[in-house]
Design a protein around this ligand. Structure first.
Ligand code: PD2
Ligand code: ZN
Length: 286
């Protein structure tokens, strides 16, 4: 918002906007009233956004809820149907607003998938998830896959894929964790969970010292399992099919179930499932 616009929002106007929202009027409806009474559209949108964001922030704080933060977000409107990143065309297969979920087609080539799998295979160990009570890692029974982490830009393929992801999602490379590779064998699954760190857990402040909260996840499918292995979002009854080279992205602007980002990996029924997960933090992950 520019300073001229800010000056135009008197306390009375701010209160009027909040009152309209509390009365259940939609932002579109309020915007229309403002335009009808002589506001230019862009200035009215700025005033509305600024006021409602402030109101929601105050409301969240007063009610002990986490306050929303900026999140990664692709530019989907630039070219309908696909996004081109460094000459590599990535298809938009599906996009949903709430929760924010976008399915990408061809984010990685078949050769890139095969190369990552070959590099990871040598280093697989039973997967660990961070235990938020202590901040330490241990094997978690909810996850029956095996996995490993690459360091950021550990090798040329990781560096290339990380750069592509950072550009696609408009999120700094430095805020990304290293790629995690998981292998699920038949019967293996990842029970529904949230990827953010639970603020109520005593180990969370320690985890957050390195980069703050997670605010987004990108899961890239490195192969197509024969049967099963969808990524599921139980709150919205969404299932994303694991297709080699495709990816599912979702973001969460606060560490709270209201983001509706509960998700899991359904059991693999036949064949193996390999994925690469990129988690994005609020700040630099160093
Ligand atoms: O492999 C998946 O589909 C999956 C599902 C849920 C991966 C993750 N979560 C994850 O890596 O966080
Ligand atoms: Zn997850």
């Amino acid at each position: 918002m520019n300073s001229t616009t800010k000056q135009n929002i008197t306390p009375e106007l701010r209160q009027w906007i909040v009152d309209q929202a509390k009365a259940g009027r939609s932002p579109d409806d309020v915007l229309k009233s403002m335009i009808d009474s002589g506001w230019t559209e862009d200035v009215a949108i700025d005033a509305l956004e600024n006021t409602l964001q402030g109101f929601l922030k105050d409301h969240a704080k007063a009610n002990g809820l986490p306050v929303p933060v900026p999140v990664p977000e692709p530019d989907l409107l630039d070219a309908p149907g696909s996004v081109v990143v460094d000459g590599h065309e990535i298809k938009i297969v599906m996009a949903m607003r709430n929760p924010r979920v976008v399915v990408f087609g061809g984010l990685m080539t078949e050769a890139e998938c095969d190369e990552l799998v070959a590099l990871a295979r040598q280093r697989l160990a039973r997967s660990e998830t961070v235990v938020t009570t202590t901040g330490a890692s241990e094997v978690n029974v909810a996850r029956t896959s095996e996995g490993m982490f690459f360091g950021r830009a550990e090798n040329p393929i990781c560096a290339r894929v990380e750069e592509r992801i950072a550009k696609l999602l408009n999120w700094p490379l430095d805020n990304g964790e290293g790629l995690q590779i998981l292998r699920y064998q038949p019967g293996a699954e990842y029970k529904p969970h949230y990827d953010y760190f639970d603020p109520a857990q005593p180990g969370t402040p320690t985890i957050l010292k390195r980069g703050g909260q997670r605010v987004g996840t990108l899961v890239v499918y490195l192969n197509s399992p024969k049967r099963g292995g969808a990524t599921t979002f139980p709150d919205v009854h969404l299932e994303v099919s694991p297709v080699k080279g495709n990816a599912v992205f979702f973001s969460y602007d606060r560490p709270h179930p209201m983001t509706r980002t509960l998700h899991g990996g359904a059991p693999v029924l036949e064949g193996e499932k390999w994925v690469a997960t990129k988690w994005m933090r609020e700040g630099k992950f160093e």
